[in-house]
Design a protein around this ligand. Structure first.
Ligand SMILES: [Zn+2]
Length: 201
């Protein structure tokens, strides 16, 4: 049964205007002002050393953690990607504080909408990510429909039909994954639907 979200803060929150970032300190200031404006109380942003994902949300420490390596790599090339990652993790923080939801579920999506990123996807941010210098960008991912957890990436279109996939599971995780797998398309949307600022993504 799908849980209904409680009524709460509705409508878009007014976030600080993203401006040109000259250094990681600017990103940090942006993240902290977002937290100040719409984040749950007591949360903060910190850097980490991850190279396989962009950010994560540490609910017990009340921390939104962003990969320093990733932020340095994309600071000038794709600031929009960094901005969205900050908001993606902030949505996790809000989903946890208000609804005790840990994954990319309904509450997380609800807050993504409020933060102005309604089309945000669950993969590529928290689960696994390699900067382009390190690895080719995967085109598809095998995920859990319910939790958003990623099990593997594909660099070409996977040859598996939805029908067959519905009878597959991850070895050792049958209960959690049987009939719950899906292939997610990671390719960027067609250029016509891209906002200008995302054209390089
Ligand atoms: Zn996430």
């Amino acid at each position: 049964m799908r849980r209904r979200l409680k009524d709460g803060e509705t409508g878009l929150v007014l976030l600080p205007e993203p401006r040109e970032w000259g250094s990681l300190a600017d990103v940090e200031a942006y993240a902290h002002s977002c937290i100040d404006i719409c984040g749950p109380e007591g949360w903060r942003m910190q850097w980490d050393r991850a190279v396989r994902r962009l950010g994560c949300c540490k609910i017990h420490q009340r921390v939104i953690s962003i990969s320093r390596y990733f932020a340095e790599s994309y600071l000038h090339r794709d600031p929009e990607l960094i901005r969205r990652t900050v908001l993606h993790e902030l949505a996790h923080a809000l989903a946890w504080e208000y609804y005790r939801e840990r994954n990319h579920g309904e509450a997380w999506h609800h807050f993504c909408c409020q933060l102005g990123i309604p089309d945000e996807r669950s993969v590529c941010k928290c689960e696994d990510f390699s900067p382009a210098e390190r690895r080719r960008e995967p085109l598809f991912a095998l995920c859990n429909k319910e939790t958003g957890e990623v099990y593997r990436y594909y660099y070409r279109s996977p040859r598996i039909t939805p029908r067959k996939l519905s009878r597959c599971y991850i070895p050792g995780q049958k209960t959690a994954t049987y009939g719950k797998l899906q292939i997610v398309d990671l390719r960027p949307p067609a250029p016509s639907s891209l906002p200008e600022s995302e054209s390089e993504r």
